[in-house]
Design a protein around this ligand. Structure first.
Ligand code: PMP
Length: 396
């Protein structure tokens, strides 16, 4: 029986909201998406900070095809030596401080946060976590426990107990945390879903000090900020603070599903003992996925895409000049364009989609337009997008 993919999408795929975008994508290439009706969209969100080197980069496609032809899944994670996986870990840690030299590869960002939380419990022997209010760390029940927002978490309680919430930059509030019980602090350097709000350097340094004093681990969630998005490979490079555990996701797989938590070899060893096999994944570090990640990292470095990020940010900030824009938050190509309410943003996005700009808002900042394009977006494309956006703002 023939069924149209749109019908199947609505009838047989679980929906995450009553109002999906509902655009039928049939192809992607470079900075563009193409739909089944023949429309072309300039991608301004990169699959939510995933497609940093653009879509279908030939080197990534070749890596995927080559590895798929050699072998795909052969054995659960951590037993056999698989070159793409081992070499990707090696290549990644070349760009990290010596204390972050051991990768645990998983399948998603949330799963990596979960692994980092388990690691912190094992290393410290402690039970509690500190998280930021209005952070987003994933939808499974570990990261969901780190979510302060009742709207999202209430329906799923009980979650993990003993999570202490602290507002971004509330240095004074750190004094009220029962540190002797804290296994780890989990923090986003830029709170992406809150509308790309930057944490202050002083706050991040204070967190490092508190963790040092009380033998708690400092975990940076760089799932959305890493792989060049803010102008450096990792955002923490701009803070002068090294975490005990770095959590990656989204762009790390070059468009394939992947997450990672990275710590020192010494800390990671705790996961392999007592119980042995106490943290497992069947597909983590999948050969095709890590081959893609490896190729994407190479492209990111060789094409020097990070060098252009600051200039592109400046261009967006200069050209998005309109009286209805209240503020522009964020860093590099993770920008939130603030309006007075969600209705305005929603109307803007609808009009943008009709005119070939692929856009979205933020989970906790529905009054902000998300600008997080592939880092490969050109100056001409930025100029085109900004002039269309300001034109639409004059009309709606
Ligand atoms: N942390 C942050 C900062 C994120 O933006 C996201 C995804 N939006 C996650 C964690 C969860 O990643 P995933 O959806 O791959 O589980």
């Amino acid at each position: 029986m023939h069924i149209h993919p749109r019908q199947a999408f609505l009838a047989h795929l679980a929906q995450t909201s009553p109002s999906p975008m509902n655009i039928h994508i049939v192809k992607a290439a470079g900075n563009y998406l193409f739909d089944a009706d023949g429309n072309r969209y300039l991608d301004l969100i990169a699959g939510i900070s995933v497609c940093n080197i653009g879509h279908q980069h030939p080197e990534v496609v070749a890596a995927v095809q080559g590895q798929a032809a050699d072998f795909m899944h052969v054995m659960v994670y951590g037993e056999t030596i698989q070159s793409p996986q081992s070499l990707f870990a090696h290549n990644l840690v070349q760009y990290l401080p010596p204390s972050l030299d051991c990768c645990y590869f998983v399948n998603s960002g949330g799963e990596a946060i979960d692994g980092a939380m388990k690691l912190a419990k094992r290393v410290t022997g402690k039970t509690d976590f500190v998280a930021q209010t209005d952070a987003y760390h994933g939808s499974s029940q570990g990261p969901l426990s780190l979510m302060s927002n009742d709207y999202y978490s209430q329906a799923y309680r009980p979650l993990l107990p003993s999570v202490h919430f602290i507002a971004q930059d509330d240095i004074q509030g750190l004094e009220d945390i029962p540190w002797s019980r804290v296994a780890a602090v989990v923090v986003e350097l830029i709170q992406a879903e809150r509308g790309a709000k930057l944490s202050g350097k002083e706050f991040i340094h204070s967190l490092r000090d508190k963790c040092n004093q009380h033998c708690s681990l400092l975990i940076f969630d760089e799932i959305q900020t890493a792989m060049g998005r803010t102008g450096t490979l990792f955002a923490f490079e701009q803070y002068g603070v090294i975490p005990d555990v770095l959590v990656l996701g989204k762009a790390i797989g070059g468009g394939m599903p992947m997450g990672a938590f990275i710590a020192s070899h010494k800390l990671m060893q705790t996961l392999s003992q007592n119980p042995i096999l106490g943290h497992l994944t069947t597909f983590g570090g999948h050969p095709v996925v890590t081959a893609a990640g490896n190729a994407a990292l190479k492209v990111l470095i060789e094409e020097k895409l990070m060098d252009e990020v600051a200039g592109k940010e400046k261009l967006f900030r200069r050209l998005l000049d309109h009286e209805r824009i209240l503020a522009i938050h964020g860093k590099g190509l993770l920008l939130a364009i603030e309006f007075s309410n969600h209705e305005e943003v929603s109307a803007l996005i609808q009009a943008m989609l009709l005119r070939g700009l692929f856009a979205d808002w933020f989970l906790y900042a529905p009054h902000c337009l998300r600008i997080a394009p592939p880092l490969t977006i050109s100056s001409d494309e930025i100029a085109f997008a900004c002039s269309l956006i300001t034109e639409i703002l004059d009309e709606i």
